[in-house]
Design a protein around this ligand. Structure first.
Ligand SMILES: [Zn+2]
Length: 313
């Protein structure tokens, strides 16, 4: 378990502590922002739930038959539900009710290895309304040794009825000292850590992703583009074209973070002029980012956003 970040380790220890104390729920909602390691945490928990060699608050033994089958990817009592293929052989964008019905049937069977039966739904926020309803029945009738793990970045997108029937295992970004120590241990050059953490708003996983994707350089490009637009030195259409051609979502995230940081600096210096307009632009940038991959016209959405930037900058 030493490969865990400290925040994962704490969440894992709490969960197996609950298991040892027989307080672990049958429906588990594993949630928290992306890039904090929810899936690695879920995998360790799945291994422990299925393991027939571990006792008390120890992690999975790694040596029993269950652990070996899990490592080989052939454990008969583990099921994973995600996006299935539709009639045309393409992946669906939602998890549908038929998948949950199959799950309910599987839960009724006995465990082939005599241990637990574990089902994972990932991402759980992709459950459509009918599927979520069907899942309620399973959650309302817990059976000994049957566990249902729901993994999601966005627990608020799940119906409250589902959320309230699950025990929450939540990963949260750590404090700044722990984030720094973790990035150092990950081999990030100390000179880059504070800048990356600032851009990522203190989120260590995002900070590492920024460094790995050379996001710091992209941030500088985005800041220059915004400054040039504000001063009327750059063409709106050329900027829209350049942004859409290369990592548009990352650029919009940088643009939003830049405006957020400017707003904070203004508040600190007491010069909060135009703060409300910039806050609205920040929301607008995040909206456009979310809409980039929808059928809506990205060039029009981005053009409108950058046009407004000229007014608020
Ligand atoms: Zn084991």
């Amino acid at each position: 378990m030493s490969a865990f970040a400290p925040w994962q380790q704490r969440a894992f220890e709490r969960a197996i502590g609950s298991l040892a104390g027989q307080r672990l729920g049958h429906g588990l909602l594993i949630c928290g922002p992306a890039r904090l390691g929810k899936r690695a945490l879920a995998d360790a928990l799945i291994a422990r739930l299925l393991c027939t060699g571990a006792e008390g608050a120890a992690p999975a033994c790694g040596g029993c038959r269950s652990c070996r089958l899990l490592a080989a990817g052939t454990h008969p009592d583990l099921r994973r539900i995600s996006f299935a293929l539709n009639d045309k052989g393409e992946p669906r964008s939602v998890i549908v009710v038929e998948q949950i019905r199959l799950l309910s049937e599987a839960i009724g069977l006995s465990a082939q290895l005599g241990g637990a039966i574990v089902t994972v739904i990932d991402p759980a926020d992709a459950l459509n309304a009918n599927a979520a309803n069907a899942l309620l029945k399973t959650l309302e009738e817990p059976q000994p040794g049957r566990y249902l793990l729901l993994i999601t970045d966005s627990p608020h997108r799940l119906p409250a009825t589902v959320r309230s029937r699950c025990q929450r295992i939540e990963l949260r970004p750590p404090d700044i000292d722990e984030a720094r120590a973790w990035l150092t241990a990950e081999g990030v050059a100390p000179a880059r850590i504070d800048e990356a953490l600032r851009l990522a708003d203190g989120h260590p996983g995002e900070a590492r992703a920024l460094i790995e994707a050379e996001g710091l350089a992209l941030r500088t490009v985005v800041e220059k583009d915004l400054a040039a637009l504000a001063k009327g030195r750059a063409s709106l259409s050329a900027t829209v074209k350049a942004w859409l051609a290369d990592r548009p979502s990352d650029r919009l995230a940088h643009a939003a973070a830049y405006v957020r940081d400017c707003g904070r600096a203004e508040l600190v210096s007491g010069k909060a002029q135009g703060f409300t307009e910039r806050a609205a632009w920040y929301d607008h940038a995040n909206r456009v980012r979310a809409q980039l991959y929808t059928p809506l016209k990205s060039d029009l959405l981005l053009g409108e956003l950058l046009l407004r930037w000229r007014e608020v900058a």
